[in-house]
Design a protein around this ligand. Structure first.
Ligand code: 5GP
Length: 116
């Protein structure tokens, strides 16, 4: 069981912003932008690559609802999914990052060692 399942089960606290039958959204504990929300499926899915399309649809719809609720829909926001170790995925429970509340910088290559 990951820390996110414990958040779903209310075994550990989180600052929740949105919930429906299939998803939960809450503030990231270590925000990388003025607004940084995580959207997760309630069912245990370890990463994006192994996720079924129905669940992906629920997550994307929830991300739209969160953006609207937090008034990011007009100012803009970024949705990020880290999948696997090269992307730095830390928690093995699929999550979308919603980043906004300021003009965000572009993500650039810092390391070009990988050629494939
Ligand atoms: P990843 O690097 O796996 O894409 O992102 C995991 C995210 O989960 C990180 O941004 C991290 O700050 C956040 N996180 C890890 N543990 C907790 C927690 O217990 N509560 C909350 N709200 N966020 C967490």
């Amino acid at each position: 069981m990951t820390i996110f399942t414990k958040i779903i089960n209310r075994e550990i606290p989180a600052n929740r912003v949105y919930e429906d039958d299939h998803t939960l959204a809450f503030h990231d504990v270590d925000p990388q932008a003025p607004i940084h929300i995580l959207v997760i499926p309630k069912k245990e899915v370890k990463d994006f690559q192994s996720c079924d399309s129905e669940t992906i649809g629920y997550l994307l719809s929830a991300a739209q609802a969160v953006a609207k609720k937090l008034k990011l829909d007009e100012s803009g926001y970024r949705v990020v999914i880290n999948n696997g170790k090269d992307a730095g995925q830390e928690v093995a429970h699929l999550h979308l990052h919603i980043l906004g509340g300021a003009k965000l910088g572009h993500i650039r290559h810092q390391d070009r060692t990988r050629k494939d």
